[in-house]
Design a binder for this molecule. Structure first.
Ligand SMILES: NC(=O)c1ccc[n+]([C@@H]2O[C@H](COP(=O)([O-])OP(=O)(O)OC[C@H]3O[C@@H](n4cnc5c(N)ncnc54)[C@H](OP(=O)(O)O)[C@@H]3O)[C@@H](O)[C@H]2O)c1
Length: 161
């Protein structure tokens, strides 16, 4: 799974990601390009039109509406179908809250951008991570005009199952 969250686990506010960090967007792009990305229908809805589908990735949307209109995307209607796909090829779960929560028990790797901010009135959260996860920092970015908050990126793997 790949996510960006604030110091309290906030990932969204009013249907949007509550920050714009250019370096993190580039990290997300380079990490997921060429891969299968799994997203909830609400996260797909939140993407700007020019990023629907996310370019150079196989976009998979989880929704209970099998007729959900999303050109050039694959629609799956149950978590089991996503898990079957993940047996065949590596998949990246890219959110949002409901989808992270669904797949947390099955995830083997978390790539987490920890944003150095406390968002007021956030309404979407990353699920709690238990003690089976251990992390190492893979990148740190300081504040600049394109990155209003400092952040660091941590890769977590499971130490035991
Ligand atoms: N910071 C980050 O890294 C990051 C990343 C992604 C998203 N976000 C934020 O997260 C928020 C959205 O999260 P969210 O929890 O509201 O929505 P979401 O997880 O993106 O999508 C929820 C939708 O997924 C579908 N779904 C959920 N469980 C399902 C199941 N068991 N079977 C089939 N379909 C299922 C349903 O679609 P239908 O209603 O169509 O059936 C449900 O409404 C936004 O604020 C977004 O900006 C943040």
């Amino acid at each position: 799974m790949i996510v960006a969250k604030d110091l309290n686990g906030v990932i969204g506010k009013q249907g949007k990601v509550p920050w714009h960090l250019r370096a993190d967007m580039l990290h997300f792009k380079s990490t997921t390009e060429g891969k299968i990305v799994i997203m909830g229908r609400k996260t797909y809805d939140s993407l700007p039109a020019k990023f629907k589908p996310l370019p150079n990735r196989w976009n998979v949307i989880l929704t209970r509406n099998q007729n959900f209109p999303a050109p050039k995307c694959t629609i799956l209607t149950s978590p089991e179908e996503v898990l079957q796909l993940s047996q065949l090829q590596e998949v990246f779960v890219i959110g949002g809250e409901k989808i992270y929560k669904l797949f947390m028990p099955f995830a083997s790797r978390l790539i987490v951008t920890e944003v150095n901010v406390e968002v007021i009135d956030g309404d979407a959260f990353f699920p709690p991570m238990d003690q089976t996860w251990s992390g190492r920092i893979i990148k740190g970015v300081e504040t600049d005009e394109k990155n209003p908050f400092s952040f660091w990126i941590v890769e977590y793997t499971r130490t035991r199952v």
